[in-house]
Write a protein that binds this ligand. Structure first.
Ligand SMILES: C[S@@+](CC[C@H](N)C(=O)[O-])C[C@H]1O[C@@H](n2cnc3c(N)ncnc32)[C@H](O)[C@@H]1O
Length: 326
């Protein structure tokens, strides 16, 4: 994936002996996790930079915590800087972002919350104690303790919801990997009704070359779809943005995706141990239409419905929900 956003220079990390660091880390994590007594947890695996889902999750209830995991460090840092900063210090202490691969989640590493420094003018890393005091005042002591933590060193309680949105599962191209990812998800979900939610799209328009645009008052968004290979079911999606009259940000994001069918996803979830799989679907605006926001909004009220059957059409979107247990 290519992104244009710039990152700033990383700040120094703290230097406590590894063993002591790990113990402190685990205490810190448990303290954060215990705020919810293991309830209302959200681990938006595959969470990404903008991840509005997890930010909104913690913003709307002070007891909630969230954990994100993504392969793209730049995206995670962008999230910390741009989304979490809006929630403030409390948000930082309730969301942990890990950098790594969902296929080896335990090896992923906590992204250092360096942006707290920038946002609050604090020096979390200073060895003269000032930073540490400031952290405590702000309730941020944990963020210092957690630097360099790997997921395997953390002792998280079972999660209630795990989300993989914006078609993230399409980044996995083999069935073996999809099942492996689902197994990891299943293994950390709460036995008391923990759910996994992912989205997927399809329709006749998704299996051919396509260029869509959506106009908003201040910018236009372009979805560019390459030819669709029916043997591998893969395509390349590029997203471009135009702000104002001239500023064009081409290839802001590029993804190489395999379009999974709903029965394939369902089979893989069941193979990974999910007890129940539900599918919620809706038709999307026709891709032949002009693509202005007015036309799009006219279609906004079409609701998702739980479906057993759905006739093929130009474009549809689905949420597939796996229930760990009941
Ligand atoms: C289409 S984006 C969606 C991002 C995010 N879920 C959201 O809602 O904004 C897909 C994301 O999946 C990440 N990704 C792809 N393969 C991955 C893997 N094996 N492990 C972890 N993250 C991965 C990419 O870095 C990218 O940020």
């Amino acid at each position: 994936m290519r992104r244009r956003a710039k990152t700033r220079n990383p700040l120094k990390t703290t230097t406590t002996p590894a063993k002591q660091q790990r113990r402190t880390n685990q205490r810190g994590i448990r303290k954060q996790a215990s705020r919810t007594n293991g309830k209302d947890q959200c681990l938006p695996s595959f969470t990404y930079t903008s991840s509005p889902c997890s930010t909104e999750w913690i913003r709307t209830d002070a007891r909630r915590t969230a954990i994100g995991l993504d392969l793209d460090l730049e995206s995670l840092e962008w999230c910390l800087e741009n989304n979490l900063s809006k929630i403030g210090a409390d948000g930082y202490s309730r969301m942990l972002l890990f950098h790594g691969n969902v296929l080896q989640p335990m090896e992923s590493r906590l992204v250092k919350q360096k942006f707290t420094n920038l946002v609050h003018g604090l020096d979390l890393n200073s060895n003269n104690g000032t930073g540490s005091n400031s952290c405590k005042q702000m309730g941020l002591a944990d963020s210092k303790c957690l630097a360099n933590l790997t997921m395997s060193e953390a002792d998280f309680p079972a999660r209630d919801i795990i989300c993989a949105f914006n078609y993230s599962c399409c980044c996995l191209h083999s069935r073996k990997d999809l099942v492996l990812y689902f197994r990891h998800v299943r293994s950390v979900l709460s036995e008391r009704g923990g759910i996994f939610v992912m989205d997927v799209y399809g329709g006749i328009s998704s299996e051919r070359k396509l260029r869509l645009q959506r106009k908003f008052p201040s910018f236009t968004y372009f979805w560019e779809q390459d030819e669709f290979d029916i043997i591998s079911r893969q395509t390349r999606i590029s997203l471009h943005f135009q702000g104002g009259k001239k500023q064009m940000m081409r290839y802001a994001f590029t993804y190489h995706w395999r379009l999974w069918s709903i029965p394939e996803i369902k089979d893989c979830l069941e193979e990974a141990g999910f007890k129940w799989v539900h599918v919620w679907m809706r038709e999307m605006p026709n891709t032949q239409s002009g693509g202005n926001a007015k036309e799009y909004n006219a279609n906004r009220d079409v609701k998702y419905e739980e479906s057993q059957h759905f006739n093929q059409g130009d474009a549809w979107n689905a949420y597939v929900v796996g229930v760990a247990n009941v």
